[in-house]
Design a protein around this ligand. Sequence first.
Ligand SMILES: Nc1ncnc2c1ncn2[C@@H]1O[C@H](COP(=O)(O)OP(=O)(O)OP(=O)(O)O)[C@@H](O)[C@H]1O
Ligand SMILES: [Mg+2]
Length: 260
Amino acid sequence: MDYKKASTTRRILVVNGKGGCGKTTVATNLAAAYAATELQVALCDYDPQASSHYWAETRNGSEDERPRISSLASFKGPNLRETLSFSRRATEGCDVIIMDAPCSAVATSQFEDLLRLCDVIVVPVMPSAIDIRASKRFITDLLTHRVYRARPRPIGIVGNRINLPSANYEKFEQFLACSGVSTVCHFRDTPVYSEAADDGAGVIEMRENRAARKEYRAWHSLTSWIDEQTLREQGHTVPARPRAAGRKTQPVANEYRDNA
Ligand SMILES: Nc1ncnc2c1ncn2[C@@H]1O[C@H](COP(=O)(O)OP(=O)(O)OP(=O)(O)O)[C@@H](O)[C@H]1O
Ligand SMILES: [Mg+2]
């Protein structure tokens, strides 16, 4: 089955209670990765810092011919309920809806509403001891949250800013294995992410950049995993994979689009 072309809406929540772990970086790069496959993408920024909204405005105002991404300043609005219903209407017809969450505890009404809205949850985690500790706490709170338990969604962990094998992250993987959650892919720690952010681009669009090209395979793993999980959530039959799309199981992508 061609997962990319299958008619389905992917509602992706990018979240972690830990600040600065890469939520906006993952949300914006995911938006660019999906837009490169000619899907209609909406990026909803629920964080008053407005970083992903700013990224999308930079992108859409630039002269570069990049696929357009609809950007919603979802943090604005009279109240949360109205904002959510506005976001729902404004993203109608989109193939991919990416929600960039603020870092907040799981016990907030906004978090609960975002949880209800999504089909898949993506959690970026950095390998420092402080990040791992906070992320473990967040994942435990998420797995035991009543809204999550009422309708468990697939959770994909993405290791972020990981260059070398990390003892911290390996221990974290053991914790994940016990929790029934797995890492989908790792992104390297490379300045190409801030270069892309400054430019309103995604790393998969930086074809001339060697460091960016090294990241393609991980982004392909993440979009493939999301596509499969969303289809499963929506009742389609998806052939089993050996593991959740790990880096080693994916083909090398010279051009992201060739693989997408
Ligand atoms: N893989 C990476 N390599 C290098 N720099 C990165 C990487 N991922 C994120 N960064 C940088 O780390 C900083 C924080 O990332 P980002 O804003 O995405 O985190 P966040 O979780 O959205 O933060 P907040 O909690 O404030 O919303 C940014 O300057 C970003 O460019
Ligand atoms: Mg952010």
